[in-house]
Design a protein. Structure first.
Lengths: 202, 216
């Protein structure tokens, strides 16, 4: 499942801002193979901004990100075409990723009965599971998950948590931003509020 | 990877491919059909002014697909996911430009045949019109892509993009329709040159625009 080098994701003295507001600063961590980090924080504290900076989608205000191994991102925008049936929308990403047998992930996530349904008609939780299936089928070592449990029912939460645990146990790396609690063994936690600037006037 | 992306983009924008983006072509033919009703069936007048009308119709038809061209995929996160797979925004935009042109340039050129018949254009005018559209539509597609990418994150982007395209498309219109007025294809060289320059710039400009749209 993993590429040849051991996956590693390092943030060094990271600072990000949104608009004119500094969200956090001096944020550092290092996670490697078989490790996972849970980023906690209330809404609007910069979890999504952090994930997008780690993914290289935005440039951090200060600090740097070092990443060894391919990154996969799951956020609220899954890149699945709204007008297409789910099967076709997923097939596009499978073609891009060169995935030959996507059926395993689809079965595990209970997506098989939904393949003919246009993505537009899927619920939030169903779309989230579809995004996770695309991520699973990419087979990348580093997962960046932004609120992976939001919109999911109790059974799906259990299932997704198990999949994340399985990924880590298999030598993968995961960074999970979520305000919900995650039942994963050996999960490190980092509260983003600890890095909020103090001297900033509200 | 690029082949798969082009196939998806074409499926989204090509007329009658399921995306249902036939509107520009229908609009183009509709203008050519309405014009004789508006000015009367004077063959000589139609033949003299019809070429210009076809050019205006082509220019306005190029505005119609802009709303969906880039904004939708920014919202869906498609460009973010492709970025994570190591594709640069410039390549994504180059593929999008090709798909956009293929889905409105050649259909418009084909639709120019019935349009020319409706407007009583003679053989020489039709010849200049077809050459002109072949040279000019890539430029129109390139301008459209740049504008669509720049306005993608704006709320009133769709209305604005129409207003922005018109002045930028003027050189193509002047030289393209001018060839018809003078019955001389020399100025079509200018149209082709403008188009080439725009096609070269468009992926870079549009790529930078969608990258900038992320930093909001």
């Amino acid at each position: 499942m993993q590429g040849s080098p051991t996956p590693k994701l390092i943030a060094n003295a990271l600072a990000c801002r949104r608009g004119d507001r500094l969200l956090f600063r001096g944020l550092s961590f290092e996670i490697g193979a078989g490790e996972a980090l849970h980023i906690t924080g209330a809404n609007g504290t910069g979890k999504t901004t952090l994930i997008r900076a780690l993914a290289g989608l935005t440039t951090p205000y200060a600090g740097e990100v070092t990443c060894e191994g391919a990154l996969g991102l799951l956020d609220e925008r899954t890149g699945l075409d709204l007008d297409q049936p789910l099967g076709k929308a997923l097939a596009f990403w499978h073609r891009i990723d060169g995935c030959r047998d996507p059926s395993g992930a689809l079965k595990v996530l209970g997506l098989e009965p939904l393949l003919d349904v246009p993505v537009r008609y899927l619920s939030t939780g169903q779309r989230k599971r579809a995004g996770l299936a695309a991520l699973l089928n990419r087979g990348v070592p580093i997962w960046l998950l932004d609120e992976p449990l939001s919109g999911l029912d109790a059974a799906a939460i259990e299932q997704v948590t198990a999949l994340i645990a399985l990924h880590i146990a298999g030598g993968g790396t995961a960074l999970i931003a979520s305000h919900q609690t995650l039942a994963i063994d050996g999960l490190r936690t980092l509260a983003i509020e600890d890095f909020a600037p103090m001297d900033e006037p509200a | 990877m690029i082949g798969a992306l082009l196939k998806r983009d074409l499926g989204k924008f090509f007329p009658f491919a399921g995306g249902g983006a036939a509107l520009p072509v229908v609009f183009f033919v509709a203008v050519a059909m309405l014009y004789p009703f508006a000015v009367g069936p004077d063959q000589e007048l139609l033949g003299r002014t019809g070429g210009g009308v076809v050019w205006i119709a082509a220019l306005l038809a190029a505005i119609l697909p802009l709303e969906k061209l880039v904004a939708q995929d920014i919202e869906l996160g498609t460009f973010d996911q492709l970025h994570l797979r190591g594709l640069t925004e410039e390549i994504m935009m180059a593929v999008r430009l090709l798909a956009h042109w293929l889905s409105f340039g050649p259909p418009l050129i084909l639709a120019a045949f019935p349009a020319a018949a409706l407007l009583a254009l003679d053989g020489q005018s039709l010849h200049l019109l077809l050459l002109g559209l072949l040279a000019g539509t890539p430029g129109l597609a390139a301008i459209g892509l740049i504008i669509a990418a720049l306005t993608a994150s704006l709320r009133a982007g769709a209305a604005l993009s129409g207003l922005m395209l018109i002045p930028l498309a003027l050189p193509i219109l002047i030289f393209g329709a001018g060839a018809l007025a003078r019955q001389d294809q020399a100025s079509l060289g200018f149209v082709a040159a403008i188009s080439l320059a725009l096609v070269a710039i468009a992926p870079l400009a549009a790529g930078a625009a969608i990258r900038a749209a992320r930093d909001v």
